[in-house]
Write a protein that binds this ligand. Sequence first.
Ligand SMILES: [Zn+2]
Length: 96
Amino acid sequence: MVKFCDCPGHFGYLKLALLVFNVGFFNCILDMFKCICKSCNRVILMEKDRREFLKKMRNPRADALQKSATMKKVRDKCKLSCCPAVITKMVWLKMS
Ligand SMILES: [Zn+2]
């Protein structure tokens, strides 16, 4: 096993003053932000769906194409969904 200091691909790092997004991952990061509730910072999915997608994304046998397809399904489902925590809070407020 090659140690970190022996790796020819890592020459060091730059400490930046501001947060910088990698342009190669920018669209992916935007997609993830669109799937997160702005009030409670949770994923905008029902718990059952969230667990199902998490299982698919963590599957070690799934290749990049399958994970990309799963991410697209998550993004599409998040567009149609409303935050479950917000719905629960609204129902709770209506009942009280
Ligand atoms: Zn929320």
